[in-house]
Design a protein around this ligand. Structure first.
Ligand SMILES: C[S@@+](CC[C@H](N)C(=O)[O-])C[C@H]1O[C@@H](n2cnc3c(N)ncnc32)[C@H](O)[C@@H]1O
Length: 250
């Protein structure tokens, strides 16, 4: 059982309408030749649109339940023949194929919880990029007003969801381990009839120069960082950092 197996039935409801990052990833995909690999594929929010450009996409995710929904989402669509799935771990995958673009949208990289997880993922990625191939990912930036706290609650109301008439509300409880740079997130999904499903996940947040150092240590070149998906200059208060980096050319 992987962490997102629990989130899977609610994922599209909570994030299916997130669209701020779409143009950024589609623009990169449009510019490269050959297939695109998405790590932490989820239910296909981005990968399906990449396939819609006519690109062959491989989606890797370690959650069987997320990939089940991803398959349902493309069933009968024109993208169906363009996407393949592989249930695997971004830290340890080994494929014969190489890619000109590997993307990790929506902070999936932060599910690598230790330095060795982060390094293993970047080393696996590098092995699967063609010379000069591009890695693109985004992470949230741990702004001080958020990480000055050790514990907090939040709520997502039905009108913030993809279908506002679904009558599900989400209570979020977060605990923070500053010494480990870990946020423990617990979402309680409350249905109209009062039913409750509790799902938990952990993120290890990463600072801007920490991410750059990780990429450099893994041998990536031409590392670029932006403060958002319009490629605006990096700005700590934007709450987001978007990275691209290249595999060395032979
Ligand atoms: C925040 S979701 C992002 C999904 C999708 N990329 C999107 O943008 O909507 C994170 C995804 O990463 C997957 N994931 C987490 N850790 C992983 C790992 N070690 N290897 C592969 N997938 C992982 C989860 O199962 C989940 O589907």
């Amino acid at each position: 059982m992987q962490i997102y197996d629990c989130f899977a039935p609610f994922y599209d409801l909570e994030y299916g309408h997130k669209d701020d990052d779409i143009d950024f990833y589609l623009d990169l995909a449009e510019k490269v030749k050959g297939p695109v690999l998405e790590l932490g594929y989820g239910t296909g929010r981005i990968g399906q649109l990449v396939a819609g450009l006519g690109k062959d996409v491989l989606g890797i995710d370690n959650s069987v339940e997320m990939l089940k929904i991803a398959r349902q989402n493309i069933s009968g669509t024109k993208e169906e023949g363009k996407i393949r799935f592989y249930c695997g771990d971004m830290r340890y995958f080994a494929l014969k194929q190489k890619f000109s673009l590997i993307i990790i949208p929506f902070r999936s990289f932060l599910h690598n919880l230790t330095l060795s997880d982060q390094s293993a993922a970047l080393n696996s990625i590098k092995k699967h990029l063609i010379p000069g191939g591009i890695l693109a990912l985004d992470i949230f930036v741990p702004i001080y007003s958020v990480i000055s706290r050790l514990e907090w609650d939040d709520e997502i109301t039905p009108d913030e969801l993809a279908e506002s008439d679904c009558q599900i509300s989400i209570k979020v409880h977060v605990t923070h381990e500053p010494e480990n740079q870990i946020l423990n997130i617990s979402n309680t999904y409350i249905g109209q009839n009062g039913s409750k499903t509790v799902c938990t996940m952990r993120y290890r947040y990463i600072f801007r120069y920490e991410m750059e150092a990780l990429l450099q240590a893994a041998g990536f070149q031409d590392i670029q960082v932006w403060g958002g998906f319009d490629r605006q200059p990096y700005n700590f208060s934007s709450g987001i950092a978007v990275f691209t980096a290249k595999n060395e050319k032979n």
